[in-house]
Structure formats: C-alpha cells, structure tokens
Design a protein around this ligand. Structure first.
Ligand code: DQA
Length: 145
C-alpha cells in the first residue's frame, strides 16, 4: 500500500518550532516512526511551505495512483480553497491531522476549509495523530470506494 504523508507550511521546523505547542519531535522523527510502525506501507513523504507545490505533489501522487494521504496543511487548513479543491478534484482519501488541538487555540484555527473534503480529522493528539491516520487509511480506505 502506498500512502502519502504531506506537511504544509512551517512544519519542516517541527521540534524547534514552539515545542510547547507542537512537541519535541522533528518531522524526520515522525516519518521514521511511521516507517518503523508500518513496514508494509510504501510511504511518500513531502513537506513544502508553498501552496502550489503541495497541489503539484498531490497531482503527481494521483497520477501515480497514490490517493491515500495523511495531510497536515498547517495554516493552509484555515485558508486554502485551492488545496481543498485539489483534494476534492483528485478524489483523494485524506485524513487531516493537526498536532495541536485547533479548537482550543485562537479562533481563526477553529475553522478548517479542508475538513469537508477529508474522510476525517485528528486534532490535538500530537505525533500520534499521524500514526492513527495511517492505521485508518490501511484498515478502512477503499471499503466504501
Ligand atoms: C497545525 C495547526 C495550524 O493552525 C497551524 O497553522 C500549523 C500546525 C497543527 O499541526 O497543529 O501550522 O496544523
């Protein structure tokens, strides 16, 4: 099984960026843990600070038949109709993940424009959220497809 793990703006600096909010693990640590926990999965990891690059990568994955994606869009969660349209248009099976609980922070974070086109959302469980999202995509994705 192929699964894409995509992280948006500012998430390349995890571990150093506000660790009291986002935790002490770096993105490479999170990716290494996924590889260790799910040896049966072929992971495709991608991080960019640029909205268009994220969309380009989703298109490339879709062209390769990779439609199961764990996505932490960072602040694009709250603003990006372009990313939302890509997920919808490419018919991706996305689990939206946030390290922090976006519902107990600033008001602008409590709204996700991505959530309506995601299968589900995990928010506030830290790095565990990525592992749970992969578990879901392995167990459930395709059942309704
Ligand atoms: C985040 C939450 C967003 O509001 C924020 O802009 C991020 C990270 C999270 O993982 O908690 O960059 O997606």
């Amino acid at each position: 099984t192929d699964i894409g793990v995509m992280n948006g703006p500012n998430l390349g600096r995890l571990g150093r960026r506000q660790p009291e909010i986002y935790g002490h693990l770096g993105l490479a640590d999170i990716e290494r843990d996924l590889l260790g926990e799910f040896p049966e999965v072929t992971f495709h990891f991608f991080q960019s600070n640029h909205e268009g690059r994220l969309i380009d990568q989703l298109e490339a994955w879709a062209d390769q038949g990779i439609r199961r994606v764990v996505l932490n869009p960072g602040a694009l969660t709250h603003t990006s109709y372009a990313l939302r349209d890509a997920i919808e248009g490419l018919e991706l099976w996305v689990v939206e993940v946030h390290l922090s609980n976006i519902y107990r922070r600033e008001g602008f974070r409590a709204h996700s424009v991505i959530a309506p086109v995601a299968r589900g959302q995990i928010s506030g469980l830290g790095a565990l959220g990525y592992r749970l999202a992969v578990r879901y995509l392995l167990d459930e994705a395709g059942v309704e497809a």
